[in-house]
Design a protein around this ligand. Structure first.
Ligand SMILES: Nc1ncnc2c1ncn2[C@@H]1O[C@H](COP(=O)(O)OP(=O)(O)OP(=O)(O)O)[C@@H](O)[C@H]1O
Ligand SMILES: [Mg+2]
Length: 381
């Protein structure tokens, strides 16, 4: 069964756009959160205090029409605060039951702030909720409607008890403080938030629509990316970055979600960039993995970067030609370099099917024609 993802893709992208709107430099956070929602998986925002993690999660909550549960965990949080208090009347009759109304067991989307504060009583229940969507609490088993959990924390857990929890959070974003060149923007953005400029938001998508988009993603054609994906997993492994089997097994969910976000029913190599949200384990991994992926995937962005460099080189060469005297021996070197660059550009043009890249290739080929003409004239050819 095929489908047309263009309508839903536009809406999902609007969701990303609206989610990041109040903030400076929170594009990845918004993007990954929407991917998580689209794939029905869980996400964690990791970053130092005050980097808008909670604000982003609250913003997403207000943009979605779904049953939400939000809670800030401390080491002293009791299971009843998340899962609901025990029903005393039922207990008198010997029945162990929780009153779950408005608590996590009834939520479709949950936001748990400072999630790694969970103590072991909470942790155990949380693990099965996240994995199986079932609340076990010793006596009863309740199926829960949880679709995605958004978590936040300012650290990565070292405690092995918490590792199982961390492993279940498929998407991970390292939320970096805003860099110096954007401090002015940060001041104005925070000021606008303080003034309440972003409060009146209307939901733009319902959980039902998200689930429909998710179903569409299950039909995305993945044939072209399996081999490159396996290669990349091996490269990551060689670099000491290990994905647990659970996480490996879920990569395709993220890849197909990304294809839908871009309005495609076919996954392409650049969809594998989602691995930058899945593969990192430590803080250092985030940058390292992004570099590896850029290198391996040669995404259009990267190729455009390479082409821009070639174009700059050509313009420098052109200046040298203009300054050179006729029959200057330097011209022969320049001529060789230009021919080399032309070979490179032609090869990119053959191998990359992206309109922006083709545009750039056309521009460069025009420049090459012009400089070749100049150099030939000066060499008297
Ligand atoms: N990148 C940003 N752009 C705009 N405003 C920001 C940004 N970062 C922080 N702020 C401002 O700082 C406030 C505090 O952020 P928030 O409470 O969401 O941080 P946090 O990451 O959850 O911190 P903590 O780890 O302490 O809970 C936000 O509501 C916002 O006003
Ligand atoms: Mg917070």
């Amino acid at each position: 069964m095929q489908g047309d993802p263009s309508g839903v893709s536009a809406k999902l992208r609007l969701l990303v756009e609206e989610a990041r709107k109040p903030f400076v430099g929170r594009d990845d956070e918004a993007y990954a959160t929407v991917l998580a929602l689209l794939s029905g998986e869980h996400l964690i925002l990791i970053g130092e205090p005050g980097t808008a993690k909670s604000a982003m999660a609250r913003r997403i909550a207000s943009l979605l029409d779904a049953r939400f549960f939000k809670y800030l965990l401390t080491r002293f949080t009791e299971p009843s605060e998340l899962f609901g208090p025990l029903d005393i009347n039922a207990l008198r009759e010997g029945v162990y039951r929780r009153i779950t109304s408005r608590k996590l067991p009834e939520a479709e989307i949950a936001f748990l702030d400072e999630i790694f504060n969970a103590n072991s009583a909470i942790l155990n229940s949380l693990l099965t909720i996240l994995q199986e969507r079932i609340l076990y609490d010793g006596y009863s088993e309740i199926e829960v409607p949880l679709w995605s959990l958004i978590a936040a924390s300012n650290r990565i857990p070292e405690d092995p008890e918490l590792e199982a929890l961390y492993d279940r959070l498929l998407y991970r974003v390292y939320v970096k403080p805003v860099p110096e060149d954007n401090w002015e923007k940060l001041l104005w953005a925070s000021w606008a938030i303080e003034r309440g400029e972003h409060v009146a938001v209307k939901p733009i998508m319902s959980l039902k629509e998200l689930k429909e988009a998710h179903r569409l993603s299950l039909n995305v054609d993945l044939t072209d990316i399996i081999k490159p994906l396996i290669r990349i997993i091996s490269i990551l492994e060689e670099q000491g970055i290990h994905l647990t089997d659970r996480r490996k097994g879920k990569i395709l969910k993220a890849v197909s979600a990304n294809a839908i976000l871009y309005g495609r029913m076919k996954a392409v190599k650049s969809d594998l960039m989602v691995l930058r949200f899945i593969a990192p384990q430590t803080i250092e991994d985030f940058d390292k993995i992004e570099m590896i992926l850029y290198e391996e995937l040669r995404t259009p962005e990267r190729i455009i970067g390479d082409l821009t460099e070639i174009m700059d080189n050509l313009l420098v060469l052109e200046e040298r030609i203009d300054r050179a005297k006729s029959y200057d021996p330097e011209l022969i070197d320049i001529y060789r370099t230009i021919k080399e660059l032309r070979r490179k550009v032609a090869s990119i043009s053959r191998n990359v099917d992206d309109p922006r890249v083709q545009d750039m290739v056309d521009k460069i080929m025009d420049i090459i024609e012009r400089v070749v003409e100049k150099v030939s004239t000066k060499m008297g050819m």
